[in-house]
Design a protein around this ligand. Structure first.
Ligand code: PLP
Length: 456
């Protein structure tokens, strides 16, 4: 059946429930229906082209329809679409696991799942069971988790429990397990006024205090690696993550890192924990693992963690977790092709030029009174919009909410943006060319200009 674009929009509003969306507002909106990807652009049914300024929720690497990846997917679809890892193996999942272990220094095993939330859910289960399996009177007491303020790890119940974006998770509170919470180094909005260096120390001291006062009850400390993106593009100050890693060692607790959004180049390095001179016991990757083409995520563990799961069958030490699509061959073949491209295209060294271009262009953004803070690392930028000092800019004089206004103004200029409330987020596909990146920054500046004019 042929449907014109109006039909699709109508049907969408009748039947589709969109994520993180106030659906009563959605009914009055006119968002494009995307029908095609073309390089770094998304194309709607009328042929309008939009630069993908959010890398399709922070996961796109090569732009859309990259031949090598599409070919790998098609070839695998022809060969084997799905077969389970329950009692069987498949070639792409083995090849990919070896590649990942080579990249992720210190890790020994790869556990597959479908998305970042489940990869983090698995990470937390592994940590709990690690201590459970190593039964001894003191280890039995390690049941608690320490997580950071402003953290985000996904939307399943465990991932929400360790996450902290209050208004997201409030309705689900009765389901969530309690965690000990420590401040994150959000230097623009410190809890206590002091110098940046002192505040980093304050955050580290708070963590150490929790570990001390918990008297050996903490199973794991969990945080995003390199930056908290959903929490507001909060880029960690140099040395912070390294110190957290050391503190975890000192107190004998596991250290879980979430590289779902920050690994594979988003912050300029292939593996962020290595760049940060830190060493997790468990680490999760997702999003860019498949270049943003198919759902796949992984949880990697050290040999020490893995070995705690070995034993006689009757001891029930095995990891009780698995999904229908765990280790799906198509997704794994896609990831293998993607990682080969990283290598053959020298993507990581190439990112430096793009990151420098972003840094240079972001200087222009700082001239606006509405810009309170600009945070940038690699291919991630967060521009925090404020009024009357540091107050979050929430509405414009025309009554529009700032997040809606930014998205609308961007669409009007052929750009896709999805801000985090009053924080404008720029997350370009990693391999974007200089010309297109420049254009993306031009358009984003125009959006900033338009909303800033209506800010009072
Ligand atoms: N962890 C981090 C750091 C994320 O940013 C996200 C998603 O944005 C997730 C986990 C959840 O990943 P997914 O949306 O694939 O479940």
């Amino acid at each position: 059946m042929h449907m014109d674009e109006r039909d699709l929009k109508t049907l969408d509003k009748m039947y589709v429930w969109h994520p993180y969306t106030q659906m009563s507002d959605w009914l009055g909106m006119d968002a494009p229906v995307i029908v095609r990807g073309d390089g770094f652009y998304l194309v709607d049914e009328q042929g309008n082209r939009y630069l993908d300024g959010i890398a399709s929720m922070w996961c796109n690497v090569w732009g859309h329809s990259r031949r090598e990846i599409v070919d790998a997917i098609v070839e695998q679809v022809r060969m084997l679409q799905h077969s389970t890892l329950f009692g069987l193996s498949n070639k792409p999942s083995i090849v990919l696991a070896e590649m990942l272990i080579r990249l992720a220094r210190g890790m020994g095993k790869v556990f597959y799942s479908d998305d970042g939330s489940t990869a983090m859910e698995v990470a937390v289960k592994m940590a709990m069971q690690y201590w459970h399996n190593r039964l001894s009177s003191s280890n039995e007491r390690r049941r608690e988790i320490i997580a950071l303020e402003n953290g985000y790890h996904g939307d399943t119940v465990g991932a929400m429990s360790i996450g902290y974006i209050e208004h997201f998770f409030k309705p689900y509170e009765p389901l969530l397990f309690k965690v000990r919470r420590v401040p994150s180094p959000y230097l623009y909005r410190k809890r206590v006024e002091m110098s940046d260096a002192d505040y980093v120390q304050y955050c580290l001291d708070a963590l150490e205090h929790e570990l001390k006062s918990s008297e050996g009850r903490v199973a794991a400390v969990v945080m995003e690696s390199g930056a908290q993106i959903a929490g507001g593009a909060i880029v960690y100050p140099d040395g912070y993550q390294r110190e957290v890693s050391r503190i975890c060692r000192r107190y004998g607790t596991l250290f879980i890192l979430d590289e779902v959004a920050t690994g594979f180049g988003r912050l300029g390095s292939m593996v962020e924990y290595i760049a940060q001179d830190s060493m997790p016991d468990i680490v999760a990757f997702g999003k860019m693992l498949t270049a943003g083409y198919l759902p796949l995520a992984v949880t990697l563990a050290t040999d020490d963690v893995f070995n705690a799961f070995l034993g006689r069958y009757e001891e029930r030490r095995h990891l009780f977790h698995g999904h229908t699509f765990t280790g799906n061959p198509i997704a794994c073949a896609c990831a293998v092709a993607n990682l080969r491209l990283y290598e053959s295209e020298g993507l990581i060294p190439r990112l430096r030029d793009n990151a420098m271009l972003m840094a240079r262009r972001l200087e222009e953004f700082k001239r606006y009174d509405t810009v309170g803070d600009v945070r940038h690392k690699g291919m991630l930028a967060g521009i925090e919009l404020v009024k009357d000092g540091k107050q979050a800019l929430e509405r414009l004089v025309d009554g529009r909410r700032i997040n809606y206004a930014i998205a609308e103004e961007a669409i009007r200029r052929g750009l896709i943006l999805r801000p985090l409330g009053h924080i404008m987020l720029l997350v370009p596909p990693l391999a974007i060319g200089r010309e297109e990146l420049d254009m993306l920054m031009d358009k984003a500046m125009d959006v900033l200009d338009a909303v800033s004019r209506l800010a009072r």
